[in-house]
Design a protein around this ligand. Structure first.
Ligand code: NAG
Ligand code: NAG
Length: 517
């Protein structure tokens, strides 16, 4: 009896101490979020300067003459990540000339570990004469009655990755801790299709990239400045170069004309053979693996704010086209494409030359939807082109380019999406819609395939002139994004652990507190 009593009172003391400890840590966590919020709101100018600084580096991954700028951007990030208090900062080689910048902070035992993804490379800037200001002299400008950051990369993705880093900085500079564990990978190859990322992930899977519970992409964006969205899918891609050759030399169009094949004509016939009159791609088996739209997909299309005539005017197109039964959004989100992105051949100089060209070229690219695979489509397109070429008396050489990516989809209700929905609604004043994007972020499919991770896209640009002259980002969205990252990190620290599946690393005890091992 006595012993029981003593045990009971001991239990009460233990419980009380435990309660006090957890109450104290809850109070401390709330205080650190409040400090982070304050810091994120108070240092606008310094945060803007970071963007103007990073976006002034011409880190174009597609052009080898900019490799030194790629390294300069990686170096800028290495210094910056260290200065804001992230740890284990490293510039890690890939099999290409563009390294991955890695950093982490792992001192929140019992809390989940998130992988934050972004990219520091940018698209080329041509045509240069269409820029209102030099692409690598980023600046704040008034345009259309609003204040914008203008310059290559201000949105895609230097603005995006800095918003994530600034959320982290707001915690680390104030309470010197984060509400959860983070690992960053910032890559330099996204704009060329992340050709070496898969190998990089495989290499580091059991080491630096072990024990992660979910991924967050700081690349992506919002539906509109006043309409948040949760992205649930991206298309994949595969691309080709095609060379058609029809003779051992250019031939006289009079002496030989009409009796031999012309490479330009063969190329045009070859390309025309890729689609029928109803805009269906005729490559045998092309649609074999295309997933049909589910009820939820139809709802996404129906609820998405899309004004067809405003869009037609904005794009300057003469109308919309496509397969019967699919509107513009269905095409962009749920149907694959095969596009001719460039073609050349024969005599293109001034004046006239009476010649039958022996060689002509084209570049093609496909966007892929679930459950298509880039390698399968590459082999189907290649054999179609080669077979048609033989019928046309042309040798056809097809080279698959490095731009190759799997499509990615995500259920609406992943833990990361559920928690981001509340943060987005609070930050942007409206409930988010669920939507897909016709574009491609190769990393997200690799996170799924190689690391087994769900990804949530958490980014705040609206894709304004990205990849084009005058890329711009609304100034207020840049600042909204940082504040939303503070909230998202806090809510993930608070609630994610309860939403993760039982076999998640955090539950297995391998996700956190490795500094204690
Ligand atoms: C076409 O390919 C064949 C077989 O490789 C080769 O012998 C021939 O020279 C090629 N002709 C042209 C015009 O490319
Ligand atoms: C990914 O999200 C799905 C849908 O919510 C969930 O069933 C699954 O457990 C999640 N996987 C991980 C590893 O968190």
């Amino acid at each position: 009896m006595d012993r029981n009593l003593r045990n009971a009172s001991l239990l009460v003391v233990i419980l009380a101490l435990g309660w006090r400890a957890s109450a104290t840590s809850t109070v401390a966590a709330a205080a650190s979020v409040a400090q982070a919020r304050e810091y994120a709101a108070a240092n606008k100018d310094a945060f803007s300067r970071q963007l103007l600084d990073l976006a002034s580096i011409a880190s174009i991954s597609a052009l080898p003459q900019h490799n030194k700028d790629i390294l300069k951007a990686a170096d800028w990030l290495q210094q910056h990540l260290t200065s804001i208090g992230l740890e284990n900062v490293q510039v890690l080689e890939t099999e290409g000339p563009q390294p991955v910048v890695y950093a982490d902070w792992l001192h929140a035992p019992g809390k989940p570990t998130v992988l934050v993804y972004g990219h520091y490379d940018v698209q080329p800037v041509d045509p240069l004469d269409l820029w209102a200001s030099p692409p690598f002299e980023p600046q704040l400008q008034q345009m259309d009655d609003q204040s914008y950051f203008v310059g290559r990369g201000v949105d895609d993705d230097k603005g995006g990755l800095l918003q994530a880093l600034q959320g982290v900085e707001s915690f680390l500079r104030t309470s010197h801790s984060l509400p959860l564990n983070v690992k960053f990978i910032l890559e330099g190859q996204e704009e060329i299709g992340s050709p070496n990322l898969e190998a990089f992930l495989i290499k580091h899977k059991a080491g630096l990239l072990a024990g992660i519970d979910m991924a967050i992409s700081a690349d992506g964006g919002q539906v509109a400045a006043d309409q948040p969205g949760i992205g649930t899918g991206l298309r994949g891609a595969v691309a080709f170069e095609v060379e058609v050759s029809t003779a051992g030399m250019d031939l006289h169009s009079g002496m030989k004309g009409g009796s031999v094949q012309n490479a330009n004509h063969a190329l045009v016939a070859l390309l025309a053979s890729l689609k029928d009159a109803d805009n269906r791609i005729t490559v045998p088996g092309f649609y074999d693996d295309v997933a049909t739209m589910a009820a939820e997909d139809k709802e996404s299309v129906a609820t998405f704010p899309f004004d067809k005539s405003a869009e037609q005017q904005a794009l300057g197109v003469l109308g919309f086209m496509g397969e019967a039964g699919f509107g513009p959004l269905e095409h962009r989100w749920y149907r694959p494409t095969l596009e001719v992105v460039g073609m050349w051949g024969g005599f293109t100089g001034a004046g006239m030359k009476t010649v039958i060209p022996r060689v002509a070229n084209a570049k093609l690219s496909c966007r892929l939807v679930p459950n298509m695979s880039p390698d399968d489509i590459a082999s189907k397109v290649k054999s179609h082109l080669e077979r048609k070429g033989a019928e046309l008396l042309a040798n056809v050489t097809v080279t698959v380019s490095g731009f190759r990516s799997y499509p990615w989809t995500s259920p609406r209700d992943t833990p990361g999406n559920v928690l981001s929905a509340g943060v987005l609604e609070q930050a942007m004043g409206k409930k988010p819609v669920y939507y897909r994007d016709g574009g491609t972020i190769p990393a997200l499919a690799y996170f799924q395939q190689v690391l087994g991770l769900n990804s949530t896209i958490f980014a705040f640009g609206v894709g304004d002139h990205i990849h084009a002259p005058n890329e711009r980002l609304l100034e207020h969205l840049f600042h909204t994004g940082r504040k939303a990252w503070v909230e998202y990190l806090a809510v993930l620290g608070d609630k994610l652990v309860g939403l993760l599946p039982p076999d998640a690393p955090v539950h297995a005890g391998s996700g956190v507190g490795r500094d204690e091992l």
